[in-house]
Design a protein around this ligand. Structure first.
Ligand code: BES
Ligand code: ZN
Ligand code: ZN
Length: 508
């Protein structure tokens, strides 16, 4: 596993095995020239020509590794990472940097380097402060190192453990050192969330995810509560209980609470869908569509991991994490199509598909959040609809809210952190889609309306009455995002970076 540290020494004074050099297009920026001059003086007299001969010109995405002898038995590596012209939108430039960091981390990992240093790229095109920049770099480096190899016998106990130093530009303020530390905490939390999501349904059962949440609570001194079917029935959670009914695994309704010492602080509730495995239930999914349904608890994973970070960063805002965790299974006890269920707030829904189960457990969780915590803001996160990928592809999660200010805040936080969202429309015209002839609501949108990602948000809206609320559909971003090196294969930890930053910025 990688360790990220900050260094107050000047770049070249760090005694490391690898120097990671971020370069701009044509190797012509002032910092590129200084870097190259140093290498020319100390190691390679004609380094610029060497780079050009081997077609490294600093274009975005380019990577070049040069080795020089270190003593008699070792080498030093110079890892050149191209950032391109840096004349695009700041959030695009930051994403280029994240991917460049990942390429470099992959190299130092592959070559088993014990340590490397990376300097601060010129911050201006990136549009953020140095503190924000080092934090983002630390997060990206940790995300780049994540792998799900627990069950690969040949990789067991052979995990690489190298150090990456982030050079703080010669003027190390306390703020920068702290920013690196914060980045490490956030990065590690994304790795936890990814690992929980990557673990399959036979291991990451509701009981196991609740146990993980409990461990996070214990470590970070958060208040933890958990209850199962019996109490859920008492509370009138017809949605939670109907999804839980078919499974032999006990469903767990888990809450984590962070309380600030600041008086009269606002409260944010984060609600995450935790389906440990989604077979579809009686409305059984075709086999092909069932593969990957271990990721259906990614919303809950993001919420639990976020709360762990919040407990460490201690913002001046109360944060509640609420995660209903159940397995969606067919059986003689499972809910049927045509069943009618009553939720905690008294509303009823006709079950048209037991595969639209996420909204059923979320409905009760939203009611629970409002009833017991009276939050100012509720954000929910769920791998809710397969259609989300058809609307948005895999680089933006679906955001639904009628609160334009909240939408803007979340969108901005998405651009800052790289955990991007895109606002989908919530016009009243969609309301008709979830009308039922026999109950208050139908749990699936009528096919005449299409837009199942949006109709799902209209369903959820019925369970929030007072709080400002936004819904995130991450069915398209929680796993298997193509072409983004630091997200790798499998789970992405979507939501952790976004939620942490949203909460931190919400501080009064
Ligand atoms: N967990 C799925 C959504 C999903 C699908 C996530 C593909 C990731 C990839 C969810 O519970 C579901 O089955 N949704 C249905 C809803 C439909 C029955 C209204 C869907 O999207 O098909
Ligand atoms: Zn489903
Ligand atoms: Zn599901």
């Amino acid at each position: 596993m990688i360790s990220i540290l900050s260094t107050q020494k000047k770049f070249w004074e760090n005694a490391v095995d690898g120097y990671i050099l971020t370069m701009t297009d044509n190797l012509e920026s002032a910092s590129d020239l200084v870097t190259l001059q140093t290498i020319e003086k100390e190691y390679f007299p004609h380094v610029k020509n060497v780079l050009k001969k081997h077609l490294f010109t600093g274009k975005k995405g380019q990577l070049f590794v040069l080795s020089a002898p270190k003593g008699k038995n070792d080498i030093i590596q110079f890892i050149f990472v191209g950032l391109g012209k840096q004349d695009g939108e700041p959030h695009v430039e930051r994403e280029i940097l994240r991917r460049g960091i990942c390429s470099a981390v992959q190299i130092i990992k592959k070559h088993g380097l014990e340590s490397a240093v990376i300097g601060l790229p010129y911050a201006k095109p990136l549009g953020i402060s140095d503190a924000e920049l080092v934090k983002q770099m630390a997060i990206a480096a940790i995300m780049s190192d994540y792998e799900f190899s627990t069950f690969k016998s040949d990789k067991k106990d052979k995990r690489w453990a190298g150090k990456l130093f982030i050079e703080l530009g010669g003027k190390p303020a306390k703020e920068l050192i702290q920013a690196v530390e914060e980045g490490v905490v956030i990065g590690q939390a994304t790795s936890h969330a990814r690992n929980w999501s990557d673990l399959p349904g036979n291991i990451m059962t509701p009981t196991e995810l609740a146990r993980q949440a409990h461990a996070v609570a214990k470590e970070s001194k958060l208040k933890y509560t958990e209850f199962g079917r019996e109490k859920a029935l008492e509370l009138g959670m017809g949605g939670f209980c109907c999804v839980d009914a078919g499974s032999d695994q006990d469903g767990k309704f888990v809450t984590l609470e962070y309380k600030t010492t600041t008086k009269n602080a606002p409260t944010i509730a984060l609600v995450g869908k935790g389906i440990s495995f989604d077979t579809g239930g009686i409305s059984l999914k075709p086999s092909n569509s069932m593969t990957g349904m271990k990721f259906d608890m990614s919303g809950a994973a993001a919420v639990i991991a976020t709360l762990g970070v919040i407990a460490k960063l201690k913002p001046k805002v109360n944060v509640i994490g609420i995660t209903p965790i159940v397995e969606n299974m067919p059986s003689g006890k499972a809910a049927r199509q045509d069943d009618i269920v009553t939720f905690m707030n008294g509303k009823t829904a006709e079950i048209k598909s037991t595969d639209a189960e996420g909204r059923l457990i979320l409905a009760d969780a939203l009611c629970y959040a409002e009833k017991f915590y009276k939050p100012d803001v509720i954000l929910d996160i769920a791998t809710l609809t397969g259609a989300c990928q058809y609307s948005l592809g895999h680089f933006y999660s679906g955001l639904m809210t009628r609160d334009t200010k909240l939408a803007e805040q979340i969108a901005q936080t998405g651009l800052l952190t790289g955990d991007k969202v895109w606002l989908l429309p919530m016009d009243d015209d969609f309301k008709e889609a979830i009308r039922s002839d026999v109950a208050d609501l139908s749990n699936t949108g009528s096919s005449a309306y299409s837009g199942s990602t949006v109709t799902a948000s209209h369903f959820l809206e019925n369970f929030v009455s007072k709080a400002r609320w936004a819904h995130l559909d991450v069915a398209n971003t929680a796993c298997e995002v193509p072409g983004v090196n630091y997200l790798g294969k499998g789970a992405t930890g979507v939501g952790v970076r976004l939620f942490v930053e949203f909460v931190m910025r919400f501080s009064v």
